[in-house]
Design a protein around this ligand. Sequence first.
Ligand code: TYD
Ligand code: MG
Length: 490
Amino acid sequence: MAKEKTLYSCTDCGGTSPKWLGKCPACGAWNTLVETVAETGSASASKNRFAALAPASAVTTLADIEATDVQRTPTGIGELDRVLGGGIVEGGVVLIGGDPGIGKSTLLLQAVDALERNGFGRSTSDLPPGRPKADQPPRGAATRAAAERGGTLYVTGEESGAQVALRSRRLGLDGSQVKVLAETQLEKILATLDAQKPAIAIIDSIQTVYSEQLTSAPGSVAQVRECAAHLTRAAKSSGVAIVLVGHVTKEGALAGPRVLEHMVDTVLYFEGDTHSSFRLVRAIKNRFGAVNEIGVFAMTEKGLKGVSNPSAIFLSQHSEPVPGSCVLVTLEGTRPMLVEIQALVDSGGPSPRRLSVGLERDRLAMLLAVLHRHAGVACMDQDVFVNAVGGVRISEPAADLAVMLAITSSLRGKPLPKGFLAFGEVGLAGEVRPAPRGQERLKEAAKLGFSVAVVPKANAPKKNDKAFEGLTIHAVDRIEEAMELARSLD
Ligand code: TYD
Ligand code: MG
């Protein structure tokens, strides 16, 4: 293959330059030029570039387009299927990101082995009609191609085949029929996909794959983007499901972050503390299912095991209540989970620190301001540290009330009562806003034996419901009410 011309394009504005410059000539941004393959207007390469992503077709009325529901194949790992929206989709591309060592390779190896054992893609009689393609060969040929297709391929660029084999033994996957390819060159991987026609291919990891067309090093934004685009095109045109493994940088972003996220169908992130045994897999984007669904796993010596009832795993076990701790019921996807929020308020220096783990830092600063202004609780000269126990990341604002109660509890050195929990969003005006599906959250708390709850007024159950038995529910409208209540409880 002839080497394609490369040029440098700005990641901010898309402006181009024939050579690398520190400053984008178009928008003036610094350090934004990255190497890309030049798209020459006349060359067929540029026309093909997006052709397979969305095949060209005539204009049609929406109602006339046949909407076939996507066929999903469950991986057999329940918690993974939950975040995938039911299973693997033919031609679907999944990006799975996470810190090194969190368990991406382990989970995927378990998943492909399970798929291989179930003969994924090998039975051809009940294959769904392929998605219509502009350049699809006649039906007979397609069916024949499908008949030859099937099975799984695990492309490892980070570890040798022997290392993957060693891991599969550790996982107890004896006699695994998963095909392994130790390769990092994109062109060779694409050729193998073409020759083997697997039904699913894992690329572990996208950062190690490089294309000969580019001179930049593997893992650079240009390489990652180009390789992911080629693989996505291969998936869409051949129907192979592809899972790309992506590493997260120290700042918490995937290399070539935005570029990859919009290219693929599904984005999953691994979360959790590598020091604890629990791991969360969260769907950030899913064209085939719901987002913000999470899967919960426990890392054991035999790999990752799904935790089907995870509601109480993020509570630390205090024998007696301690100051600075407040339990929150968070709703992740469709499941309520109880998470302990811990706060430590300590006298700080001239510029006090505000640090949060698992919660947004900007939101913490906002909550401290609301606390001061509306509830008269001042932490101005204090260091404030907030942590969500167990390495969970909480993005929903319903955590606000619990965070504020934990902070005041630490500031006063007084624990909240035993079996206490709170949830609710707090606005800048000091109002406590309802959290979505409050009753479900309260039911879960009651089930786990919690006894006191502070919740937004709109979330309080209307009448005496049997499901909340044993749980005293205090409904509040404003943050000062909540603080008053917490004070009266000790
Ligand atoms: P790995 O799957 O290699 O992570 P990634 O691909 O995300 O970098 O991470 C595996 C980690 O989990 C490693 O630190 C060892 C541990 N582990 C177990 O505890 N039990 C097991 O059965 C396996 C295979 C790994
Ligand atoms: Mg790995």
